[in-house]
Design a protein around this ligand. Structure first.
Ligand SMILES: [Zn+2]
Length: 328
């Protein structure tokens, strides 16, 4: 199907932009002939052209199950059209978000500009001004799966094609790939925030600090900003502001090599990554730096609660996604 290949091209473009998608985060979908093609759990959007990462699901069966709050919607594996599924991949853990949007094409991204708004305690009020003219809704934070589906259903009205997910990200929908990509670009443009400059990186000093340890330098200078930015560590060291952070990095950010964490931010110096760390680790560290560089020091932020974190890390669908990351 031609449109599916266009969706894959769009997915790869979105997935290659670290300000929109990090590691296995984010997903896209296309509804056609009763089938919803959705990105597979644990796969990377940037590989959407190179690899077959789209899974076919029965859209009507999914919607019927959602309407009765069926626990099968937590993983959505029961709705895979096995007759069309060439691989053994499972649908994204955010499949329900895509199913609920009536439009043909849906994209969900962990856009850092959006997150920098969506973690503020006054996010909904401020976004009302920023997104004036768009058909949008703010969805208060809920764990992906059935809780997020319920939160979206409660605020979804006909014609809506933009959702800002509190403490999470952005959903944009349209009736074609091109229309959806254009709308995504317009929304991201409207939500762009000024970025604090980052300090110069002293690579030699970081290398010296981790010499002889299990750690090496983060590849991107953007990641090092996590350790040198005025507020990234002070605000992010003990808190979690969006789901993928805690799922991949744990609670907060480790700041000592002795911690054995996959990523350590050496305050004032830079970021080091354990040699055996999963490929998603550095993109997640960079994401926090990119978000925090768009937050002003005096802004009141809403962090996930201990209960929110517990519900995420003990969710079975999320545990499965983590097993794929370990193999990557
Ligand atoms: Zn998400």
């Amino acid at each position: 199907m031609d449109e599916l290949s266009r969706l894959r091209g769009f997915s790869a473009r979105v997935g290659a932009d670290p300000l929109l998608v990090q590691a296995a985060g984010g997903n896209t979908s296309l509804k056609h002939g009763g089938v919803m093609w959705i990105k597979a759990s644990g796969t990377w959007l940037k590989e959407a052209v190179a690899r077959d990462i789209m899974v076919p699901a029965d859209h009507a069966a999914l919607m019927a199950a959602l309407s009765r709050n069926d626990p099968a919607c937590e993983t959505c594996t029961a709705f895979v059209r096995t007759d069309l599924n060439a691989g053994s991949l499972r649908p994204s853990i955010e499949t329900t978000v895509h199913a609920l949007m009536p439009q043909k094409v849906v994209v969900h991204v962990h856009c850092v500009n959006t997150i920098a708004w969506a973690i503020r305690t006054d996010a909904e009020r401020l976004l009302r001004h920023k997104l004036k003219g768009f058909r949008w809704a703010f969805i208060p934070y809920a764990r992906p799966g059935l809780p997020l589906a319920a939160a979206i259903s409660a605020r979804l009205t006909p014609g809506l094609d933009v959702l800002v997910l509190g403490n999470h990200g952005l959903v944009v929908a349209g009736d074609s790939v091109e229309q959806t990509e254009a709308l995504l670009n317009r929304v991201v443009g409207a939500l762009r925030r000024p970025v604090r400059a980052r300090a110069a990186v002293d690579h030699a000093a970081i290398a010296k600090a981790c010499a002889g340890t299990q750690y090496g330098l983060a590849v991107s200078d953007e990641t090092h900003a996590l350790a040198t930015d005025a507020i990234a560590l002070p605000r992010g060291k003990h808190a979690v502001f969006y789901p993928d952070h805690v799922v991949f990095l744990g609670v907060g950010v480790a700041t000592r090599l002795a911690s054995a964490a996959p990523l350590v931010a050496l305050p004032g110096l830079g970021v080091v990554i354990r040699h055996d760390a999963k490929p998603s680790i550095e993109p997640m560290g960079r994401c926090l730096a990119d978000v925090m560089r768009r937050v002003q020091p005096d802004e009141a932020l809403h962090a996930l609660t201990a209960e929110d974190i517990d519900r995420l890390v003990n969710w079975d669908a999320e545990k499965y996604r983590q097993t794929l990351d370990a193999k990557a």
